[in-house]
Write a protein that binds this ligand. Structure first.
Ligand SMILES: [Zn+2]
Length: 450
C-alpha cells in the first residue's frame, strides 16, 4: 500500500465514452489506480499535487516504434521508403547489445517526456551474435517505468528469394518461431495491470514469406497474444505485392489470416473503400504514423474514414530513422494537420486527435479496459500538461492548447501512479547519461554510413 495521491485544480479531459471534461477538477489515485475523479476539490486524504494551470489527460499510447533506430537518426534524408530501407539495412545490421540499450533508453526517455505512458516496439533486426536484444529493451522499459509492448519481429524473405532486405539480416523460419515462443514465455504478462506484454510481428510483405505470416498468426492465436506488422505504407509496396503475390496488400493479409480485432497494422496509407470497410468489419487496428509518412513522402492515411468505419486508429512515432523526433505529443498535432490536408477542416477535431493518441491506441493493444481514458477503476496512467507558460497561457480551450498549440512540457507523467516525469525531466533515469550513451552508440552504429 502506498500513500494515495490527489491531483487538484487542473482541467481534465477524461476521453471517456461520453467525452467528459472538467474545467477545474480532481483525481484521486490509490495503489496505482484511479479511485475517484470529478469537478472541484475533494476531501479525500492523500499527498496533494497542485494541478493549477495544468491539463490532465490519459497518458498517451504509442502504437508503433523501432527503438533501435534512435541510434540512426539524420541519415538518408531524401529517400523513398525502399531506397531508405536499402541504404539503412547494412547500418542496422551493426546493432548490438550496447547500441540497443542506448537507443532504447533514449527513445523511451523521449516518449515519456512527451506524455507517453505505454509504448510498443517492433524489433525485427536480430544479427547473429548481437546478444539478447529483446531482453535489453524490456529491461530499459522496466528501468524507466514505461508500460511496454515489445513485438518480436522477424524477416525471412531475403534478396535471393525476391525480398528487399539483404539475406544477412534475415533469419530462418523455424528459428523465428522458436524465438517467438521464447519471447512470450519470458516476457508476456496477461495480468490486467501488466507492465510488459508481447506481440508477434513479422516485418512487412516485402521482407517476410507467406508461410511465416500464416504460421505466426496461427501461433500467436494459440498463445493468445496480438499480431502486428507494417501494411500498405507506399505505392511501391502495393506494386511489390501485385508482382510477387498477385494481389493488393490487404487481400494478401486476408489470405494469411491477418485481419481481426487481435491485429493492429502500421501505416495503412493506401487503402481503397472496400479495404477500409473490411478494417471496420473485422475490428483490425491501425497505427497511424503521420510524421513518418510525411518524412518519407508516403502519403496521408484515410484516418477519418477508418474511424468512421469502426476501426481503432492509434498513433505511432515510428522508428526515429524516418522521424528524427520520437515525441508522441507532437503526433497529436501532426495527425490533425494531415487529416485536414486530406479532408478539410472538419476531418479531425482536436478531441478526436487526442482520442487517437489515447483510447484508440489502447484498443489497438487490447487494453481499453485498463488504460486510454481517465475513469475510476482504470490504471493511473496520467499526463499533466503545463498550460500556464508563455506558449499556452490564454488559449481559449485547453485541449486545443495541447493539440493545436506548441508541444507542452509534461509537468508530471504518472504510470501506474508512479511519477516518471516531473517538470519535464525524467525521474527514473539520468537524462544526461542517456544522451551521452546515445551519442557514443550512434557514432559506432553509423561508422559505415554515408
Ligand atoms: Zn515502422
Amino acid at each position: 500500500m502506498t500513500e494515495p495521491l490527489v491531483i487538484e485544480g487542473c482541467a481534465i479531459a477524461t476521453v471517456d465514452p461520453a467525452g467528459t471534461e472538467h474545467a477545474d477538477g480532481h483525481i484521486v489515485i490509490e495503489d496505482g489506480r484511479i479511485t475517484a475523479l470529478g469537478e472541484g476539490g475533494t476531501d479525500a486524504p492523500g499527498t496533494r499535487i497542485d494541478g493549477r494551470g495544468r491539463l490532465a489527460t490519459p497518458g498517451l499510447v504509442n502504437c508503433h516504434h523501432h527503438l533501435y533506430q534512435w541510434a540512426t537518426r539524420g541519415l538518408s534524408q531524401q529517400s523513398t521508403l525502399f531506397e531508405w530501407l536499402q541504404e539503412l539495412y547494412p547500418v542496422w545490421a551493426r546493432v548490438d547489445g550496447d547500441i540497443e540499450r542506448a537507443a532504447a533508453r533514449g527513445g523511451l526517455a523521449a516518449l515519456a517526456r512527451s506524455g507517453c505512458s505505454t509504448s510498443t516496439d517492433h524489433h525485427y533486426v536480430f544479427p547473429r551474435g548481437a546478444g539478447d536484444l529483446l531482453a535489453i529493451e524490456v529491461e530499459a522499459a522496466r528501468e524507466l517505468h514505461v508500460r511496454f509492448h515489445p513485438c518480436r519481429g522477424s524477416m525471412d524473405l531475403g534478396k535471393s528469394q525476391g525480398g528487399l532486405p539483404p539475406d544477412e539480416v534475415t533469419e530462418d523460419r523455424d528459428a523465428i518461431l522458436v524465438a517467438c515462443a521464447d519471447a512470450i514465455d519470458r516476457f508476456h504478462d496477461p495480468a490486467p495491470d501488466a507492465m510488459t506484454r508481447v506481440a508477434l510481428a513479422p516485418c512487412s510483405p516485402f521482407s517476410v514469406t507467406k508461410e511465416l505470416m500464416a504460421e505466426t498468426a496461427e501461433f500467436a492465436r494459440s498463445r493468445n497474444v496480438r499480431l502486428h506488422t507494417h501494411m500498405a505504407e507506399t505505392l511501391d509496396e502495393e506494386q511489390f505485392c501485385l508482382e510477387l503475390f498477385g494481389v493488393r496488400p490487404v487481400e494478401y493479409l486476408e489470405q494469411v489470416g491477418w485481419l481481426g480485432d487481435d491485429v493492429w497494422l502500421a501505416h495503412c496509407v493506401h487503402l481503397d473503400e472496400r479495404e477500409i470497410t473490411r478494417f471496420g468489419e473485422t475490428g483490425t487496428g491501425v497505427a497511424h504514423c503521420p510524421s513518418s509518412n510525411a518524412r518519407l513522402g508516403a502519403g496521408i492515411a484515410p484516418v477519418a474514414a477508418l474511424t468512421a468505419a469502426g476501426a481503432p486508429v492509434g498513433l505511432g512515432v515510428d522508428g526515429a530513422a524516418s522521424n528524427e523526433a520520437g515525441e508522441l505529443s507532437g503526433e497529436l498535432r501532426q495527425s490533425l494537420l494531415l487529416a485536414r490536408l486530406r479532408g478539410g477542416p472538419q476531418a479531425l477535431t482536436a478531441r478526436e486527435a487526442l482520442a487517437l493518441g489515447t483510447i484508440h491506441g489502447a484498443r489497438c493493444l487490447g487494453r481499453e479496459a485498463e488504460i486510454g481514458s481517465l475513469e475510476p477503476g482504470k490504471l493511473a496512467d496520467i499526463a499533466l500538461w503545463r498550460l500556464d507558460d508563455v506558449d499556452h497561457a490564454g488559449i481559449a480551450d485547453p485541449v486545443a492548447a495541447l493539440v493545436l498549440g506548441p508541444r507542452p512540457i509534461v509537468d508530471r507523467l504518472l504510470v501506474g501512479g508512479r511519477t516518471v516525469v516531473e517538470h519535464g525531466r525524467l525521474t527514473t533515469a539520468d537524462e544526461d547519461e542517456i544522451a551521452r550513451d546515445l551519442a557514443r552508440a550512434s557514432r559506432r552504429m553509423q561508422e559505415v554510413a554515408v
